[in-house]
Design a protein around this ligand. Structure first.
Ligand code: F6R
Length: 366
């Protein structure tokens, strides 16, 4: 049932090209320059005219929400706030009928996310669900929604749910952008074409597996690890750190690269591996100078770079290449090596990858 893989997590990492295709298939019509999503189409005015979009989620789904924040604001020019469901619900949040709340949840059963949705609905907001489990509580509680078609995710550490959530939210942002006239027809088509190429690019990124295994072996005994990214890849840094913590029990932190000098830089010494997402475009030169700062303090640099990169290669201790795509879609490819890195480290440390200690697949208690 693990399809020849040692663990569900590895199987699910490899399923991402298919899961993403299954998620956009039938919704994305590049030739016609169209996106069809029943849950959005049926409520288009309500959603597109939102004064504000509030995203609530927990854990990895919250990270997908952060990526979506950048994408929605960039494309649809609607203000977005992303909140931990658990914080949102307990702080008397300001919500109006003009707000649209999006709950992101793989399981559709997360108690805090469910409670946040109920609260927002009571205050008159329109609730939209992005769930993976069909018929789940959150999918039933929301006014409308769009499923991720990731298929069952068994490994406790979320992988394909994350990338398919980003896929759904990107389609939704594009759709709203088109409706609101905040994207040109040319750009809209470019996005669709690029999104269609993402599964193949993930396949390519997966080919780095052996190299990532080699790097994992070098750093598996680290006590701490720092993950840095900027812009669209800042949430990817958070997600990379969460994956490492969850399954290998190595302490890891994700930071926006520029925040490093406001504190975390004090941690850097020759013992500290720093994973930096340094793909082309998206503040590339700034990230390069962040890498130089780490290097001058003798930190060990593992950089995720765009294929063919030479500048970072000269500075970093290790580079892992991913294919190039348009900047807002880079999280879909840069996430892949980070998933593999945490997977291999956990396996090498003999940890229970699919069922890490103290964690449950769906958190139905507050
Ligand atoms: C991370 C992980 C958790 C979940 C979180 C939300 O790998 O599995 O952080 O992402 O518990 O779960 P859902 O998406 O089911 O609401």
């Amino acid at each position: 049932e693990k399809g020849g893989y040692d663990h569900f997590m590895l199987k699910e990492i490899h399923e991402q090209p298919t899961a993403i295709k299954d998620t956009y298939r039938g919704r994305m019509l590049p030739d016609e320059g169209l996106i069809r999503m029943a849950g959005v189409d049926d409520n288009l005015e309500r959603i597109a005219n939102a004064k504000r979009i509030l995203i609530v989620a927990c854990g990895t789904s919250w990270h997908a929400g952060l990526v979506a924040e950048y994408i929605f604001e960039e494309l649809a020019r609607i203000p977005v706030e992303v909140e931990y469901a658990s914080e949102f619900r307990y702080r008397n949040p300001i919500i109006s009928e003009k707000d649209v709340i999006i709950a992101i949840s793989q399981s559709g059963e997360t108690a805090d996310t469910m409670a946040a949705i109920k609260l927002a609905k009571e205050k008159g907001a329109f609730a939209f669900g992005v769930c993976n489990v069909v018929g789940s509580s959150i999918s039933r509680e929301t006014n409308a929604g769009a499923y991720t078609h990731a298929g069952p995710e068994i490994g406790v550490a979320s992988t394909k749910a994350f990338t398919t959530q980003i896929t759904v939210l990107t389609l939704m942002a594009l759709k709203l952008a088109k409706h609101n006239g905040t994207i040109s027809n040319t750009d809209f088509r470019t996005y669709l074409q690029e999104l269609e190429l993402v599964p193949g690019k993930i396949e390519k990124a997966l080919e780095a597996d052996e190299h990532i295994k080699y790097i994992s072996d070098i750093y598996k005994d680290a006590r701490n690890c720092l993950y840095l990214g900027r812009g669209f890849n800042f949430p990817v840094a958070l997600e990379g750190a969460l994956k490492l913590k969850e399954i290998s029990y190595i302490h890891a932190e994700g930071y926006p690269a520029a925040e490093m000098k406001h504190g975390p830089i004090a941690l850097i010494d020759e013992e500290m591996p720093v994973v930096v997402i340094a793909t082309k475009k998206g503040h590339y030169e700034k990230v390069v100078s962040n890498i130089q700062e780490i290097k001058s303090r003798k930190g060990k640099i593992i950089a995720i770079v765009t294929e063919g990169d030479t500048e970072v290669r000269e500075l970093a201790d290790h580079v892992i290449e991913v294919p190039e795509t348009i900047e807002p879609l880079t999280p879909l490819v840069t996430t892949i090596p980070l998933q593999l890195l945490s997977y291999h480290i956990a396996v090498m440390l003999g940890k229970n990858v699919d069922q890490p200690r103290n964690l449950a697949k769906s958190v139905t208690v507050e």
